[in-house]
Design a protein around this ligand. Structure first.
Ligand SMILES: Cc1cc2nc3c(=O)[nH]c(=O)nc-3n(C[C@H](O)[C@H](O)[C@H](O)COP(=O)(O)O)c2cc1C
Ligand code: SF4
Ligand code: SF4
Length: 259
């Protein structure tokens, strides 16, 4: 079974690509994460978790989903992490998670997709994003071949600072930087409520038809990128920056119906 968490569509795209090519079941974890419902799932095929990379680590919401969930059937667990460039030294945490769940760690496949973190970066334009996605499909194809042969993904190549980035820097990032207080809606907000519905942590509610942010933000970028009138900003960091959303996966026959 392929499970995914996705804020701006990259991980969803990769999960749908894998489900289509692997002919496997697919589950969006949004409901469980948003409502704090522990998963009770069964799969005879290996588990494949697809998710974004957040500060060189697995997103905390996904980590919690795995820790609290009950997964019966197959004991094999693969991770696919979409990223703007690299996943750092994420493997020790993933191995540890597998051990806690009584699962066999089968590796992590980093898949470079357009970077959605518009607080720090400017997302690529549409043509660049398309090229990045085409390369990502080649990486997914390689990952699929490993899985079909029953092999683990090869270890991720590490660089000297990766341990620091996935450890101390990640902890400081959540503690000091990941806050919602700089989010605001401009007067162009039409009060549609989409931001409230798409937040995976239920961190937004509308007051007098305007969004109000709470304190459980994970900086996923769903609210800011999915607002239909681009009314949301994060301080000055996102002004005049293009928003990013991955287009839906169209299926192998490109008809939009899948195969
Ligand atoms: C809070 C945050 C932190 C991120 N940290 C990293 C990172 O450490 N390394 C990286 O390569 N990309 C990083 N990214 C980029 C995302 O992992 C990447 O764009 C991902 O494909 C987004 O997935 P989604 O569209 O499924 O939400 C970060 C993005 C966000 C929002
Ligand atoms: S999605 Fe945008 S327009 Fe809709 S309520 Fe939220 S900020 Fe306003
Ligand atoms: S408030 Fe926005 S950025 Fe924060 S978790 Fe919710 S959707 Fe993501």
């Amino acid at each position: 079974m392929i499970l995914y968490f996705s804020a701006t569509g990259n991980s969803q795209y990769c999960a749908e690509w894998l489900a289509d090519h692997k002919k496997d079941d697919l589950l969006d974890t949004f409901y469980h994460i948003r409502h704090g419902v522990a998963a009770e799932l069964q799969s005879e095929t290996p588990w494949v978790f697809v998710m974004p990379t957040y500060c060189w680590q697995i997103p905390r919401a996904v980590e919690n989903f795995i820790i609290t969930g009950h997964f019966s059937g197959s004991r094999e667990l693969y991770f696919v992490m979409t990223c703007g460039s690299e996943v750092g030294d994420v493997e020790p945490k993933l191995r540890d998670l597998c051990q806690r769940k009584g699962m066999n760690y089968r590796g992590v496949l980093p898949v470079v997709m357009p970077d959605n973190y518009l607080i720090f970066f400017s997302p690529p334009d549409q043509a660049q994003a398309q090229t990045i996605r085409q390369k990502a499909e080649m990486t997914l194809q390689q990952g699929l071949e490993w899985m079909n042969r029953g092999e683990s993904f090869p270890p991720v190549q590490k660089e000297s600072l990766d341990r620091l980035k996935s450890g101390m820097v990640n902890r400081a990032f959540y503690r000091f930087h990941v806050k919602a207080k700089k989010f605001y809606a401009k007067s162009s907000c039409v009060g549609c409520g989409k931001c409230e519905h798409v937040c995976p942590l239920g961190n937004i509610h509308l007051e007098q038809e305007k969004p109000v942010w709470g304190t459980t933000c994970t900086h996923c970028m769903a609210c800011i990128c999915k607002c239909p009138v681009e009314a949301i900003e994060y301080g000055r960091a996102t002004r005049n920056k293009q928003r990013y959303l991955c287009p839906p996966y169209q299926g192998r026959d490109k008809s939009g119906k899948g195969v």
